[in-house]
Design a binder for this molecule. Sequence first.
Ligand code: HOZ
Length: 418
Amino acid sequence: MNTEKSSACFREAEQYIPGGVNSPVRAFRAVERDPLFIERASGSKIYDIDGNELIDYVCSWGPCILGHAPEAVVNAVKAVCERGLSFGAPTELETQLARLIVEAVPAIEQVRLVSSGTEAVMSAIRAARGYTGRNKIIKFAGNYHGHSDGLLVKAGSGLMTESVPDSAGVPEGYASYTLTAEYNGGESVERLFEAEGEDIAAVVIEPVAANMGVVPPKEGFLEFLRDITRKNGALLIFDEVITGFRLCYGGAGEYFKIRPDLVTLGKIVGGGMPLAAYGGAAEIMQVLAPAGPVYQAGTLSGNPVAVTAGIATLTELKAHPEIYERIDGNGEKLAEAFRQKGLWVNRAGSLLSAFFTDGPVTDYTSALRSDKKKFAAYFSRMLEEGIYVAPSQFEAMFISAAHSDEDIQRTVEAIRRL
Ligand code: HOZ
């Protein structure tokens, strides 16, 4: 596969942008090659500047559940752009999207719109601290909740890929408010509550971890967290930036029948534009200014263009519930092909990961056992087959409604040839 133009562009980018990219995992370092520079994308395909056409399973890291550039979303965005790009004042569109979210996600009674998943989780934690009057939070090793200071502790995603789970630049004192437990490890959570329960404001979790590769919760684990947080007066926050509107229209809370206190959303909720959200019980959300004393704001929050993309995307998903059955079924076809090759596969709906390990992957430690050299070789083989998967073992494979039977069949055959 010829990628000369991409490599030349990368060299140029490196002169002006640190590491040549605006988000580390895009640099392809873990797979020891230069990143592809993308020219355009449509449906299930992405096209690089060297003219390569690839079946895309990155899907912009999750937002593109309808595929790339879906007509309904693009048309709605084009139309709204004509009326102005940003006002910094309320619009009816914001209420429309908020209503769609509240109707979809059982735990959300009120919602605040922000511009990125990082901002959503950071703000939800501030709200939890403001509501409970407590300082500490528990997060899980290998979960990734964006790049705000307090959450870059034993973090997944790009940090796991680059083997820097704790970022430089985070003051020690600040990180000390973040307690870390084992994903799927109830005892580690119990120990933290026993030792510091009175100062724990919240437990934040990816209900299906998708930033150390995909790691679903063990049966009963989320229920256990619901119980222990309630007993100790702490809040339970589901970070659904990836799982929201993906596992099902109501997200992981609906899928697992658990009602967290706060939920964060990103990616799909913005339909490919910079938009995220956090919400939950009205009593908790009322701590936010101007209703309450917890401050959070943003010039581009509720931006009409991003909000329109979100409304159009959710409207499509709501009108076509059959999408979920289809993308989950396609996820299983790919999972089965990987299993046949002897790989360990974790799947939750249309999210999946094949790990180069001998045994099960249930947490951070077992995810780290995956053979990264083998993953890098697999990534390059898939590219040669015309298939674009995430350039890291510790990210998910995303299936969209635009993946056709032919795309899936071609991918299954490519996996068989690995
Ligand atoms: N943190 C994102 C993946 N979990 C990467 C986003 C990007 O590089 O675009």
